[in-house]
Write a protein that binds this ligand. Structure first.
Ligand code: LMR
Length: 401
């Protein structure tokens, strides 16, 4: 019987959407889930995606609804790998890639694979991190621990504390979750020097780096810049690692569920064996991933003109986000809102940890009908030239109470 079941709260990001929907105020604003919106607060179909979609529709034959192979659509996951790692040379044979049900599917598949093959004593998640990391790793049954990341008083990365805790407490074989760029939820990334120190620590302590890469190209508008950390870990030649890659944000293909898991192993033979194990797990979850979104992504990545157009599209998104960061910071400064707001502009990617308390977030929701996560994370892409003034005033009001 299911009598013992207690109510289970909905994931924080999704329950915020429900609360927002139920609010009848016409000036309501949602700065919750990580989805891009244009300056009219509308979803944006990237022009490059629209064109690729037409090409895919035209070229589809009677086999378009057939099953893909278990590892997914090879032209997609190979192009995704090359986009992420750049020029791999001989190293390509050390990498196993699979097409997954978006970034979540890649995180889950990688977690299950590691749990079964290397039996980590713990997975280390940044505090804070994407809420679903906790969910995924606890469902897989690996002991979840957190390492310090955000320092609420400096509103910056607490790098020393992060290193200290990991050096003192993590043990060989533990998995270390890292956000490749545009850390969700804080918008704060390590510097290149700090990335090098983290990589060296993984080597000396025998930690397994697992990157979540949901914002490649979207974070800074520059693919090479956003891929730098992953490529650096790879270039050391000493580390095995995994990357969960998503095309939800950088191609706006959210509902199409397009992603890839890449596992970098020590040798080509290990990679080939690992592919069999990963395929067995994938078969148990979804048999094979869905086709259409991966065909659209592969068309963009493999057609030079469309690829150039896509680079332009991601720059459009990332520069609108930067402009909104600047606008919010400037409004808060001109209102004389107590506190320092520079971090809103210097953070990167879709999110900002503004530095609001849960009480302030509740006040903003109640008085101004502006919805954000209790942590004070806001989706900058939810800001527009029209609503940024209201958001700044709402923050100003809450901070002064
Ligand atoms: C977010 O963090 O808001 C996004 O990644 C959306 C999601 O599904 O969690």
């Amino acid at each position: 019987s299911f009598l013992h079941l207690r109510p289970m709260p909905l994931d924080a990001i999704y329950s915020l959407k429900e609360t927002f929907k139920a609010d009848s105020n016409e000036n309501k604003i949602i700065l919750g889930s990580g989805v891009y919106r244009d300056d009219q607060s509308l979803p944006w179909v990237l022009p490059s995606v629209e064109k690729a979609d037409e090409i895919v529709a035209k070229t589809q034959d009677c086999g378009r609804y057939e099953y893909l192979p278990i590892p997914g659509y090879a032209p997609f996951y190979t192009a995704a790998r090359d986009l992420l790692f750049g020029d791999l040379g001989d190293n390509a044979s050390r990498i196993v890639s699979l097409h997954t049900v978006a970034g979540t599917g890649a995180n889950r598949l990688g977690a299950q694979f590691l749990k079964e093959t290397t039996h980590p004593s713990a997975v280390w998640l940044p505090d804070p991190t994407w809420v679903n990391h906790h969910n995924i790793w606890s469902q897989v049954g690996v002991n979840v621990k957190t390492y310090p990341y955000w320092n609420s008083s400096t509103r910056a990365l607490d790098f020393e504390k992060m290193l200290r805790v990991l050096s003192d407490e993590a043990t060989e074989g533990d998995v270390l979750i890292l956000h490749a760029c545009a850390h969700n939820p804080t918008g704060v990334d390590p510097t290149k020097e700090q990335w090098m120190t983290i990589a060296a620590m993984c080597e000396t302590k025998g930690l397994f780096p697992f990157f979540d890469c949901a914002y490649l190209g979207f974070a800074s508008g520059d693919l090479d810049e956003d891929a730098w950390a992953v490529r650096h870990f790879m270039s050391r030649g000493t580390l095995e690692l995994a990357v969960a890659q998503s095309f939800s944000k950088n191609m706006g293909l959210y509902g199409e569920r397009v992603g890839a898991l890449h596992l970098v192993t020590a040798t080509a033979e290990i990679a080939s064996n690992a592919k069999g194990h990963l395929s067995r797990l994938q078969r148990g979850y979804v048999s094979q991933p869905p086709t259409r979104g991966a065909r659209i992504a592969a068309t963009i990545l493999r057609t030079p003109d469309l690829y150039q157009e896509w680079l332009f599209d991601i720059q459009q998104m990332s520069s609108r986000i930067r402009n909104m960061r600047r606008a919010l910071r400037d409004r808060l400064i001109s209102l004389g809102t107590p506190g320092s707001w520079e971090h809103i502009f210097s953070q990167i990617g879709m999110f900002s940890y503004v530095g609001l308390t849960a009480e302030q977030v509740a006040i903003i929701e109640e008085y101004s009908h502006i919805y954000m996560l209790k942590s004070g994370r806001i989706n900058i892409a939810g800001l527009t030239t029209k609503n940024v003034e209201n958001v700044a005033r709402a923050i100003d009001h809450a901070v002064r109470l």
